[in-house]
Design a protein around this ligand. Structure first.
Ligand code: SIN
Length: 271
């Protein structure tokens, strides 16, 4: 039986916490699930170390939080596991997934609630950190007139312009329209919800106006003031809440190898 209580150590005052006292391979109890869930809501992204888990254990852990998401166009699919994607970079890579600030698959009508990434291999000389940004804090730091202006606006999200070259071009990426400021369905807090990978335009504005507004928001969102940075080790896990967090995987280790698996939990329609 796994330990019942977990420890939560904050990485920064604004975002991120490392969790200990959990052995994911052994399965988590209801009480541990509740504590982990609360730690995720409180810290937006949580980290675990030394978790030597199989794909099935990874998926079982994810299923505690909801149905598993099937990516519409995985760059590196995993045979026999449509609900898992591989995250892989090596000397042959021309791009890597997760590069540039984004929330996962926001082109979906119901974008994922959370993503759980388990890395097995990390670059041997360092690098390959992932940065996470708190989108409640980014929203709250805007001036009141700007918050009022953004509330009620919507934006188009589309995966086509970032389509992986290896993807099946007979399949289309989904497209969706989402609020620029979404309300988190569990905390009730407002968060900015646009990102460089998927957002294409703010609805109702000219292209010039929309581009300028989005660029202003991207620069604001990407400020270090509301970020934490996670340094990976083999068997580390990061679990982020896509409803309140953007992330950016640093590709600063070419030609070295970085490899792992991501299980993604389904979410609901942003409002
Ligand atoms: C991702 O966006 O899922 C990848 C993040 C990472 O590789 O750190």
């Amino acid at each position: 039986m796994s330990l019942q209580s977990i420890e939560v150590r904050k990485l920064t005052p604004t975002i991120g916490a490392e969790i200990s006292g959990v052995d994911i391979a052994a399965g988590i109890s209801n009480s541990q699930f509740e504590q982990i869930h609360q730690a995720l809501l409180d810290n937006l992204v949580i980290f675990f170390r030394d978790q030597d888990i199989t794909l099935d254990q990874h998926k079982d852990f994810g299923r505690h939080f909801g149905k598993l998401h099937v990516h519409p166009q995985p760059s590196v699919p995993v045979e026999g596991h449509p609900d898992v994607i591989a995250v892989k970079a090596d000397e042959n890579s021309t791009r890597v997934s997760g590069q540039y600030w984004h929330s996962d698959v926001t082109c979906d009508l119901e974008p994922p609630m959370g993503s759980i990434l388990h890395l097995l291999e990390v670059p041997e000389n360092g690098g390959g950190d992932t940065l996470f940004g708190n989108m409640y804090a980014a929203y709250e730091a805007l001036s009141e007139p700007m918050r009022k202006f953004l509330d009620g606006l919507t934006a188009h999200h589309d995966g086509e312009h970032f389509r992986p070259r290896t993807s099946d071009t007979s399949k289309e990426f989904p497209r969706a329209e989402h609020p620029v400021v979404r309300t988190h369905p569990e905390t009730g807090r407002k968060a900015l919800f646009v990102n460089r990978i998927f957002t294409t335009e703010i609805v109702g504005f000219s292209k010039e106006e929309s581009d300028a507004l989005l660029e202003m928001l991207y620069r604001h969102i990407e400020k270090p003031a509301w970020q934490c940075r996670f340094k990976w080790e083999p068997n580390s896990i990061a679990f982020w809440d896509n409803r309140s967090v953007l992330h950016n995987a640093m590709w600063d280790y070419f030609p070295q190898r970085r490899f792992g698996y991501r299980v993604t939990v389904c979410g609901d329609k942003p409002y």
